[in-house]
Ligand binder design. Structure first.
Ligand SMILES: [Fe+2]
Length: 187
């Protein structure tokens, strides 16, 4: 489910308001649901995909997003599949769970599962964007944010790269509001 979560407990569910709130911090959120084809649904539902499955899923997504691609400045893309049995899951979670920024836009198309992006509003307050299947999020270069997986650690997403074809973060000293960690199910 796509929601905005605030430290005071407020929750925003209205799509238009959510997208406007993301625009206010320079980010762009759009909804592009994948079609409910049986073959695609099976790939999306499988917690783990071998390379053949990942290639098939990415190919199907590429075909579906034809009219949207190439995303401006894109130099490459890949599919990431997070699940509870990933050997380096704890390390990955730690890596994302700190404010950082990137030299390129961070573009993510969520196709299955749940994730949380933390942002800083213009008044320095913080909020969470919960993303789900169909959300295409563009976090602008330089914008401070953090990320965590949902409680079950299952997420499939396509990462679109700009000038740097890997996840490279510039750390920030800003501390995450603890209330948001609780809302994201972390503490
Ligand atoms: Fe990031």
């Amino acid at each position: 489910m796509t929601r905005l979560l605030y430290p005071d407990g407020r929750i925003e569910l209205e799509r238009g308001t959510i997208e406007s709130s993301m625009e206010a911090v320079g980010a762009r959120l759009r909804l592009k649901q994948l079609p409910g084809e049986p073959g695609l649904a099976a790939l999306l539902d499988a917690p783990v995909l071998d390379q053949t499955g990942q290639d098939a899923l990415l190919g199907a997504i590429d075909a579906h997003l034809d009219e949207w691609l190439p995303i401006e400045g894109q130099t490459g893309h890949d599919l990431v599949v997070f699940h509870e049995n990933l050997p380096d899951l704890a390390e990955l979670r730690r890596k994302f769970l700190a404010f950082h920024s990137h030299v390129d836009d961070e573009v993510r198309y969520i196709v299955a599962g749940t994730g949380y992006f933390g942002f800083v509003a213009s008044d320095d307050s913080q909020f969470l964007l919960e993303v789900g299947a169909g959300d295409l999020l563009n976090v602008p270069r330089g914008a401070e944010h953090w990320f965590t997986l949902g409680a079950d650690s299952r997420l499939k997403a396509v990462r679109y790269f700009g000038s740097i074809s890997q996840w490279t973060a510039l750390p920030s000293s800003r501390k995450i509001n603890p209330a948001l960690l609780t809302l994201a199910g972390i503490e």
